[in-house]
Structure formats: structure tokens, C-alpha cells
Design a protein around this ligand. Sequence first.
Ligand SMILES: *Cc1c(COP(=O)(O)O)cnc(C)c1O
Length: 356
Amino acid sequence: MKNYGIIEKYKKYLPVGQATPIITLNEGNTPLVFASYLSKLAGENFEIYLKCEGANPTGSFKDRGMTLAISKACEEKATAVICASTGNTSASAAAYSARGGIKCIVLIPSGAIALGKLSQALIHGAEVLAISGNFDTALELAKEISLKYPVTLVNSLNPFRIEGQKTGSFEICDYLGDAPDFQIMPVGNAGNITAYWKGYKEYKTGGLSKKLPSMLGFQAEGACPIVKNKPIKDPKTIATAIQIGNPASWKSALEARDESNGLIDIVTDNQILEAYKILAQKEGIFAEPASAASIAGLLKLIKNGYFRKINTTNKCKIVCILTGHGLKDPERAIKSVKKPKLLRPNIKTILKEIGY
Ligand SMILES: *Cc1c(COP(=O)(O)O)cnc(C)c1O
């Protein structure tokens, strides 16, 4: 039996050869779900789709880049990899390193990573070190160590991460038959917006799609260096996956925005939480708060009439990237809704409670 992930499927577009061992968990091929509630909200000329990246093996899109980064590290006979992480990168690096048989070192900002993600890095046997500082500091340290010692950096500064992640746009084009008109996504370290834009351009150049989408990125209000046009010293948001004050791929995010005639804007934590619940309760999809930033952004743009200027002969297609699974951050879910009531084990009491 052969395993089949994004490298096997999109080999032609990826920097792999005969000598590359393919370290895969069969990532990719994630559902692109038509969003009926959100589409109705947007209006009859719109079709909204949700790319559910939480369906990847470790529960986030990071697996697309990690399968390639770890495969290349193994090809180059690396014995160890290192990353700084707000959580999902470490979960993914730990899992793929375990599979590839190499050591994984993880630097996390102490107290700022969701429980599910931490549990993954730990159970896969990574060496997890909590730093009393934020993500940006952890990344600086990881970079420095990788420059001075024989450990490979697997943050999205590693170009193989971007190469792997661009397969997300290939899948969207394959599924829709062309690129969408708009793509909405959260922006943290800005690797993913860079990757998706690269993917869309390559597919168009290769003749596999005709259009290019406008790239619409959203940062959290308390962590919006790109929107503010300056690094944020102490970024703060409940969406920990995008709590980043000095994005590594800042410049390429601006290129994606400008070349695609898109935008990068902010959403507040309250808007993120509202979108988080709408997604779970109206579409049946449990995504983590950072992913809900896509939907918060969509709702914001619908409200302020951004899409009204769109001239639609065909239906306007919007794809929102749901970057990670809701189970990554169970504490946030429990905090966001009413706790279950405690009742006596008595049928009358229960019936009364449910209104019968
Ligand atoms: C990493 C991550 C992001 C941010 O992606 P960048 O490439 O850093 O911009 C958003 N959401 C989730 C769930 C993530 O894990």
C-alpha cells in the first residue's frame, strides 16, 4: 500500500526528486464545503465555500508545508529540526519528525499556546521548551540556533513550507474548475497568504486555471502589524495562532495583497468570537478562533458593502480558509457558551428543562 499525500499528488509543482524520501501522513485533499447559511447572507449572486484545513492529519494546514519540510530535511540527512510556534507548527513538526525519525525541538511562548496543540507536540515526543517571551522572540532564537548548529529551521521561513502550503490553492482550483473570485484567510506570520498566492499564480501560468483571486487577509485588532504598518511589541488576541507582532513573510504578504488587488484588514476579538459561534452553530463546522477570523472578515466585508461593487455575470465565488480545527482550543469553546446545567437524574426535571 502506498501512502498518498500532497507530495505524491502535486510532485510536478514541488521541488522533489528520486532521492527525496516522502514523509507523509496523507495530508491535503481537505473538504471544500459549500456554506449555505453564509452564502444566503451574502446574497443571491454569491457562493461561499469553506476550505476545512482542520481535516489535515494534525488538525491544521501546517501539515501541507511540514510534509515537504521534513521530507527535504530527511533527504539532506538532517538529524534535528527546530521551530518556534504559536502551537500548530509545533504539533505538525512533532508528528512529521516522529514519522521521519528525526529529533524535533520546539520553542513556544509560555502560556500562549492552546492546550490541544501543546498536547500534540508533547505526545509526539518533541523536546518542548517554553520561553518567557512572545512568539516573535521565540522565532528569533530558533533562527539563531539553526544558523549556528546543525538543526534545520522548519518555520515558514523555510521555503519548503511555502512550497507545500501552496497545494491548498491547487486543490481549490481543481475542485471549482478555476480559481475563486476572492479568497479570505487569517494572517499571522503571513506564510500562508504568501503560499496560496504563489499557488494560484503557478496554476494560472501552467494553464490549469484562468482567473486569479483577490487575496483578502485578516489580522486580529490586537496583533495587526501589517495593517498598522509597524511591528507590534506585545501582540494580544484570543486567536493565539495569529498572535504575532512581526511577521516573517511581511513583504510577500504585501505583494500578495497588491498584485491581487486585495486587502489586509483587521477584525476584533469580539467579531472573531461571534464568527466562531456562527460557524459552529449555523454551518456545523468547529474551527479554531484564528480560522474564524476568515469568517469575521467575510461578515465585515458583507456589512460594509465591499462586494457590492463586484460586477457579477456568473456567481461570485468566495473561498474562506478555515486554517485549524476547533478541538485545538477546547478551553475557548467552553468559555464561549453556556455551561451544561446540572440536574437531578429525574425524568420530570429533564422534561421541564427541554420544554415538554
Ligand atoms: C499558523 C496559523 C495561522 C497563520 O498562518 P500564517 O502563515 O502564520 O499567516 C492561522 N491559523 C491557524 C490555525 C494557524 O495554525
